[in-house]
Ligand binder design. Sequence first.
Ligand code: C2E
Ligand code: CA
Ligand code: CA
Length: 605
Amino acid sequence: RRDDGAVRWLSSHGRITRDDQGRPMRWAGMDWDVTERREAEEQLRLWAEVFRTTSEAVAIADESVRIVEVNAAFERLTGYSREQALGRGLDLLDSAYHDEAFYAALREQVRRHDHWQGEIWHRRRDGTLHPDWMVINTVRNDAGNISHYIVVFSDISNLKESERRIERLARFDELTGLPNRAEFMARLERALAARGEQEKQIAALFMLNLDGFARINQSFGHEAGDRLLRSVSERLRRAHPALACAGRLSGDGFAAFAAPLDDSDGITEMANALLGALHEPFFIGGQPVHVGASLGISLAPTDGETARQLQQAADSALTDMKKSGRGSYRYHTADISNRVRESLALEEDLRVALREDQLRLHFQPQVSLQSGEVNGLEALVRWQHPERGLLQPAAFIPLAERAGLIGAVGAWVLRAAAQEMVSGVLAAWPKLRVAVNLSGVEVESAELATQVASILEQTGCPGERLELELTETLLMRDPERTARTFARLKRQGVQIAIDDFGTGYSSLSYLQRFPLDRLKIDRAFVADIPGRAQGEAIARTIVALAHGLGLRVTAEGVEAESQLNRLREFGCDEAQGFLFSAAVPAEALDAVLSEISSAWQTLAG
Ligand code: C2E
Ligand code: CA
Ligand code: CA
């Protein structure tokens, strides 16, 4: 202790001189004040302890960037033991996450500034990649030459994770998990941009607002309201497979879009699906609650090209909708809205038509190419509309399919055709068979065979006189069920024909699997005869294929004698087309059939 009270460390060296008896006589020596050194040592010890225990990985490398020391955290974090790390280059941890340029820039920064820090992905010993926050410092000696590099890093995976969560919160609605307004609009914008390359494609934006949501919040509380919003979003998300993305734009405002679309046909169906998703009641505390919604729809490019324009258009349609009574949808474009209204009106008319018997059957003869006899008639439906006149099937069959009326139309056709065979004009030709077209919906219905059986029974028409026409694509949809239905139909004697053969998707093994009777060569191939080699080759091949499988062949759309002659050369069994007759009402058949038989004499001759 110095006289000023300060405590100093001394290093003492001395020697004691003793007398003969060994007693100490004097002491001579020197003392050094080593307080500074002691403190430096103490500090070194402390630093070593810090180095040892810090949770940050530390590596010290020499001037040639070889690792000369690492701490425990380094071993823990990287999976390399001290022994494995020593002597290795610092590039030991480099990962393919970064490219060469990244590392070059890093080295350049260290060279120029003796320092680098930032986020870096390291490869651990087990091959996994982790994000680290890393600081590199260069240590120089008194002469200014590099002696060491000190590298310190720590794992920031957790940090990254919370960063991602924060980013998620910025883009998604926390309550429902749906994209929020900003994210939804960004996605819509991207979808619109992608569509840009395919000029003709369109996009549809649906803006949906819940009706009376505030009331629910008031009477059941906010927690119940939140749960309801979650259920709503869940249902909207799965409302229709063509809807690309649903979002929550405000408290009770949702949106969805579909893009790209080839045409506007499915859009009304999507609107109905969105509204229909809310039809079933929601349950709050065991109590059923109905939530209505209004929907505004806008289309690109008609209503705008950007997400913003589409949003405004759909919003204004939505506002209009709400003003005029809620609970339904409205298009922004009046013109489309009119078309939809028109088709809705026609749909209503069709219901009336079924009740008031406005449908008619026309019949087109199918002529044997061996004998010239008429073997069968194809029944083709017409609609005698009170204001619009006689409508062709193209004008109402697709509509009937969309409106869920095709089953009723199909049943009417079947019954009318069967009835005509036994009790109408056609009763005079007991050998004639009638072919009836089936739409996909009917074929998929489990009741088809039962329905046919009961119609045959009620009308007294033998099953052998009925043939059903369906397209090949239908066969593939649910082959097991279709095969079962066919088997039941066959037991009733009913024949089965594949319509428009060659235009759909078919596989030869499937043709073999089903109990079929006939293939009908599509009009498009017949139109190529004679002359266009491809159509001819296809027609000839279909005939050979059908005969190989034990099936008969009918050519459709035969309009010219030259076509007829080629088809006979190919061995085609029957033909049907304007050359013989268009489809005519049953009353006209008498005249048509005798005309065909006299014409055949000339043709055959
Ligand atoms: P499809 O089964 O291929 O019927 C043949 C169509 O070709 C008929 O038109 C017929 O009038 C027409 N056609 C007949 N011969 C010729 C010809 O020589 N040249 C040309 N260019 N055309 C000819 P339609 O009656 O307008 O029927 C169109 C489609 O509507 C039918 O095609 C069928 O898919 C559907 N269809 C008709 N009736 C019914 C029905 O009762 N139920 C169902 N589900 N669909 C039906
Ligand atoms: Ca047909
Ligand atoms: Ca056809």
